[in-house]
Design a protein around this ligand. Structure first.
Ligand code: 5AD
Ligand code: SF4
Length: 451
């Protein structure tokens, strides 16, 4: 047994978890990641159940892998993530050839599960929520590009929005302690990481032990992280509007390495729908927080998640969402058609917006958001931006790729020796999904700009 293949669906937390799985199995069983599933001895699927479409993909993918096991019965197939958590042992009814089922909170037990499966020649299922032991047992390392990394600081969610499966699959809110996070961040920076994105399902609900007496919130953690020498940029995702408190708003004004960009999902611009979604905030409160954020950090870009076609959403409710988009002028955002999820309270509401109407609303909303995002990108042309170079461009070895403060990719002619540097780049063009630029400073090794 030597080769491992992992396919990941869903959010950044899943990507982070998949990297940890690869590290764990490299340490415990000497497994090496391969790009071709047919070469793999262990195949893992890290699943997402946030929306219906994401879940459907799981069983389709397992169907593709089934023949590998028929050809080589010693192949191990494992399913982790939120679908595993939601379905547990039931998953094997639909896909009996699956050997391992583990949840987001038991992925650290993967080496033991694999051993048990091999020793007993029997499938293993472990989808408990022993969140406390998880972080202690996970190895850490920078992301693949070496200059950026994700760092999970919080997991789970206690908000129970009526449409959302997360509180049921990822469990209750849990925050890691500040000393643990600071230690991990310092070690990432020592390994060359220059930008850290703090992750959590409800990251701004973070309340972790300070290492002294008591607990502190995200603003305090960001402030402590910003003092790490060599760390050039900080981000955090995903936030809930009701946890964006005064302290955190002030942090956006006072911490200069905090990127001037915030993903703050609103879901709908109709108070009636927000109530039905159990979102705990209304439109006025959301707008007030955005206004205060913009006062604290002029120019901050805001992105969001939207759901169209939530049960009972009328034309007028949808129009209110479009009005909110005009009022806030969101940057690149995510939008989805509502889909019913297992165990969620919204199942009691009739899914009454016809599919064709959901499609039409989604197209209108996405058209407007894409137009706004393209406008922001165009406005960058001719300006100079602090761009963190992450490494060689995938398409052209003569070029490098980097990221702006507002989280856009920039490609430019350059040397991969620039990786990990924050450079002064003139933006020369805005393409649909990326920017082009050129070096605006003379010697890239001589300057390191602040964000
Ligand atoms: N239907 C559609 N979209 C959903 N999301 C979460 N649950 C559902 C659902 N049942 C979206 C929300 C959330 C994002 C991660 O996924 O917009 O912010
Ligand atoms: Fe889901 Fe709402 Fe929690 Fe976000 S805040 S993870 S949408 S329940």
């Amino acid at each position: 047994m030597q080769n491992l293949f992992i396919k990941t669906y869903g959010c950044q937390m899943n990507e982070y978890d998949s990297e940890r799985m690869a590290d764990l199995l490299a340490q415990s069983h000497g497994l090496t990641l391969v790009d071709d599933p047919q070469q793999a001895d262990v195949l893992l699927l890290n699943t997402c159940s946030i929306r219906e479409k994401a879940e459907d993909k799981v069983f389709t993918q397992l169907g593709f892998w089934r023949p590998f096991k028929e050809k080589r019965p010693e192949v191990i197939i494992g399913v982790g993530g939120c679908v595993a958590s939601q379905e547990g042992a039931k998953l094997r009814r639909r896909a009996p050839y699956v050997d391992l089922v583990f949840g987001p909170q038991t992925l650290h037990r993967l080496p033991d599960l694999l051993d048990a499966c091999l020793a007993e020649r029997h499938p293993q299922v472990d989808v408990e929520f022993p969140v406390l032991e998880k972080f202690d047992r996970l190895p850490q390392r920078p992301g693949r590009d070496g200059a950026t990394a994700f760092l999970t600081i919080q997991e789970g969610c206690d908000k129970f929005c009526t449409f959302c499966v997360v509180p049921h699959t990822r469990g209750r809110e849990y925050s890691r302690s500040m000393p643990d996070i600071l230690r991990e961040a310092r070690s990432l920076v020592d390994q060359g990481v220059r930008e850290i994105t703090l992750l959590g399902q409800n990251v701004n609900a973070y309340r972790g032990g300070t290492g002294l007496i008591g607990v502190g919130g995200l603003a305090e953690l960001l402030e402590r992280l910003s003092r790490i020498p060599g760390l050039l940029r900080l981000r955090y995702t995903t936030s809930h509007p009701s946890n964006l408190d005064d302290e955190l708003i002030a942090a956006h004004g006072s911490i200069d390495i905090l990127a001037p960009h915030l993903h703050l999902p609103v879901q709908s611009g109709s108070d009636r729908i927000l109530r039905r979604m159990h979102r705990k905030h209304n439109v006025e409160q959301y707008l007030d927080k955005i206004a205060r954020l913009r006062a604290a950090r002029p120019g901050i870009q805001i992105s969001s998640d939207f759901i169209v076609g939530f049960p009972g959403e009328t034309e007028a409710d949808f129009a209110a969402t479009m009005d909110l988009i005009e009022a806030v002028r969101f940057d690149q955002s995510f939008s989805f058609k509502y889909s019913q999820r297992p165990n969620t309270p919204a199942l009691k509401l009739k899914d009454d917006v016809p599919e064709a109407e959901k499609d039409a609303r989604l197209a209108i909303l996405q058209g407007r958001i894409n137009g706004l995002a393209q406008g922001y990108a165009q406005a960058l042309v001719g300006t100079r931006q602090a761009v963190l170079i992450t490494g060689p461009s995938r398409r052209d070895p003569q070029e490098v790729t980097g990221k702006t403060a507002c989280n856009r990719s920039v490609n430019l002619p350059g040397s991969s020796a620039w990786a990990g540097q924050m450079l002064d780049i003139e933006i020369t063009a805005a393409l649909p999904n990326s920017l082009r630029g050129r070096l605006a400073q003379s010697d890239p090794t001589a300057h390191r700009l602040a964000v």
